[in-house]
Design a protein around this ligand. Structure first.
Ligand SMILES: Cc1cc2nc3c(=O)[nH]c(=O)nc-3n(C[C@H](O)[C@H](O)[C@H](O)COP(=O)(O)O)c2cc1C
Length: 187
């Protein structure tokens, strides 16, 4: 399988990038091919423009050139994996904007469905699993991304993983990278 790994983090030595690379290495060892989309390094413009807005009557629109390029990049792969840090109990704005603009009506939902049957979203979380459970952040996060985004776009094998405790020290950081590797090996 050809996997598009989308990374949304400004720092190459971040845990997010390290986890994305660990995932890719294990997926390649498992026979997959991987293409990276490094949204910050590529300077992706996440701001949805008037020309990007859906025509809610359902008519097709002409997608902007940079949006079409992103769609083509998705279409030449078979699966999508997103790696991002959890910022404010959600994803960074650049990734949210990538979804706002690229997962468009009549491409990802509406008259069509998202091009891939398999999509994995991996959030690297600073707080612990207990912190997430205590306030229901885990449920809200999964509802928003799994139900509200992946199911909405009819992704058959959509899943959301939270790798917790990135700020809890070196052992926990190593455990996160190891979990990312496992996800790649099992993909
Ligand atoms: C702007 C910002 C907002 C953050 N918000 C959250 C949050 O809501 N929940 C959380 O668990 N961690 C939060 N964090 C911590 C990040 O998740 C943490 O820095 C990251 O997982 C560490 O990995 P990295 O090296 O890839 O950045 C936030 C960090 C930043 C910079």
């Amino acid at each position: 399988m050809q996997i598009l790994v989308v990374i949304a983090h400004p720092r190459q030595n971040s845990l997010t990038h390290q986890a994305g690379r660990a995932f890719a290495e294990a997926a390649r060892a498992n026979g997959h091919e991987v293409e990276f989309a490094d949204l910050v390094a590529e300077n992706f413009d996440p701001v949805l423009k008037a020309e990007d807005e859906p025509d809610w009557s359902g008519r097709d629109i002409d997608f902007a050139e940079d949006v079409r390029r992103e769609m083509e990049r998705v279409e030449r792969n078979d699966a999508t994996v997103l790696f991002f840090p959890v910022w404010w109990w959600s994803m960074p704005a650049i990734l949210k904007g990538w979804i706002d603009r690229v997962w468009a009506q009549n491409w990802a939902f509406g008259s069509k469905t998202y091009p891939h049957a398999k999509v994995l979203m991996v959030g690297i979380a600073g707080a612990t699993e207990d912190d997430y459970r205590k306030r229901g952040y885990d449920i809200s996060f999964r509802t928003q991304l799994k139900v509200g985004t992946l199911d909405y776009c009819s992704v058959k094998e959509g899943s959301v993983e939270l790798l917790y405790g990135s700020l809890e020290g070196e052992a926990q950081a190593a455990a996160i990278i190891s979990s990312a590797k496992d996800l790649g090996a099992r993909f």
